[in-house]
Design a protein around this ligand. Structure first.
Ligand SMILES: Cc1cc2nc3c(=O)[nH]c(=O)nc-3n(C[C@H](O)[C@H](O)[C@H](O)COP(=O)(O)O)c2cc1C
Length: 405
């Protein structure tokens, strides 16, 4: 069986006026199922299309993968970052801190994002806000996510996070909670697209780094604006768009509607990262098969930080890895806890870590007493001891059940 190979040829033509250049990108390759193909994408960097000529895009079908080890012949670029089908750890408030980002990175996440930080808090130099944007060199490439709708503050916050050493700046345009979206920040921007553009421009003014956007489908089902948003963000030179496939009105209810993904891809050549309810390797594959350039995982990573390596294995081989044993989960949990204690100080690290126990112990039976105990400790040693004792009892019970069977 012939393997799938692509060569990429990119030609840049300078234009006589100051309108920069036209970019002609050709992907020529052989696909075992579809045969020889040439994918052509001609675009103007500013407008996404070639004036006076029929718009040409690489056809969706051409990005269908037959061989999962070369999952998508096209790499995704965010500035100099060049990754094929990146698996991204979602920005999550009080969760996506340095220890968690490093753990997910170790488990195969390609891109990680800080939790969102309010632009005003950064401008006012609030200490807690600066803690949220702390980075560790080992986690690169990393995005710092900011939110707000006051343009001056967003521009200044963009400058601050650039100085902080981010690899790219992500704008939160999807937060649904009332006190944020209600005042026009986060998903509130989906109700005023002129303001949305102005905020994006202000962030671009404050940085030389690539800027990305994370948003939702629209404010409510009657006001889905994502196709328009994807088009103007591309025209504005935004490096990638992450879409949580729910409306603001949905919050977390209902299912993420992935059927929008190919429509977005069809409407705009902007690199697209799928988000919402991706909890298994098969889900990730489904989103990539819909034409997305990358996937972003939030709650699935809280339950299983190892999900990234499992997705990678599945995309490369088509096989599912077995879930981690309880002993392996407890080892990872303790290591993560210790890192959290080192990073935040023992007491605070243990308290902050409490939200992670449910994930590491998901699906394990008879954990009511264990969870109650874990919520009381604020030092690593007793937590470690309690977890190991639970593991021993659990194993003894399993052995007894096996002997009785
Ligand atoms: C605890 C928690 C905190 C979150 N904080 C943020 C945030 O700071 N910025 C953001 O863009 N989204 C935030 N989100 C939304 C996630 O990034 C993601 O869009 C959403 O959870 C859907 O993805 P999932 O189904 O993979 O969890 C948060 C989600 C959770 C569960």
């Amino acid at each position: 069986m012939k393997s799938k190979r692509y060569t990429r040829v990119q030609r840049i033509w300078a234009l006589p006026n100051s309108m920069a250049a036209l970019v002609d990108t050709r992907f020529r390759g052989y696909d075992t199922v579809a045969g020889v193909m040439e994918y052509v994408w001609i675009s103007h960097p500013a407008t996404g299309s070639l004036p006076g000529q029929p718009e040409m895009r690489y056809p969706m079908e051409s990005t269908r993968r037959q061989n999962p080890s070369t999952y998508n012949g096209l790499a995704m670029h965010i500035g100099d970052i060049n990754i094929q089908n990146p698996l991204c750890l979602a920005p999550m408030e009080d969760v996506s801190d340095v220890p968690f980002r490093l753990l997910c990175k170790e488990q195969g996440a390609d891109l990680v994002y800080t939790e969102f930080t309010n632009c005003e808090a950064l401008v006012r130099k609030v200490k807690g806000a600066f803690k949220k944007i702390e980075l560790d060199a080992r986690e690169r490439p990393v995005a710092i996510q900011i939110y707000g709708s006051a343009e001056d503050s967003m521009e200044e916050a963009s400058r601050i996070v650039t100085d902080q050493g981010a690899d790219f700046v992500d704008i939160n345009c999807g937060c649904w909670v009332k006190k944020i979206a209600g005042r026009g920040d986060g998903a509130g921007l989906l109700r005023d697209l002129n303001k949305f553009r102005a905020v994006v421009e202000s962030v671009q003014r404050g940085t030389h780094l690539p800027v990305t956007v994370k948003t939702r489908l629209g404010w409510d089902p009657d006001n889905i604006v994502i196709l328009e948003v994807a088009k103007f963000l591309h025209e504005m030179g935004i490096a990638a768009l992450t879409v949580h496939c729910r409306t603001r009105k949905q919050g977390y209810t209902g299912d993420a509607d992935w059927s929008w993904l190919p429509r977005i891809k069809e409407a705009s050549p902007i690199p697209l990262i799928a988000n919402g309810d991706i909890e298994t390797p098969a889900h990730a594959k489904e989103c990539l098969d819909l034409g997305c350039d990358g996937v972003m995982i939030g709650r699935g990573a809280i339950h299983s930080p190892w999900i990234f390596s499992h997705i990678k294995h599945y995309l490369a081989t088509g096989e599912l890895l077995p879930d981690l044993s309880l002993a392996e989960r407890i080892e990872m949990c303790i290591r993560h806890l210790s890192d959290s204690a080192t990073y935040r100080g023992e007491r605070r690290g243990c308290m902050t870590f409490r939200r992670h126990y449910a994930g590491y112990l998901k699906g394990v039976r008879n954990i009511a007493n264990l969870r109650r105990d874990l919520m009381e400790f604020d030092e690593v040693a007793p937590i470690r001891e309690r977890l190991y004792r639970f593991l021993e009892e659990y194993k003894a019970e399993e052995d007894a059940a096996e002997a009785a069977a």
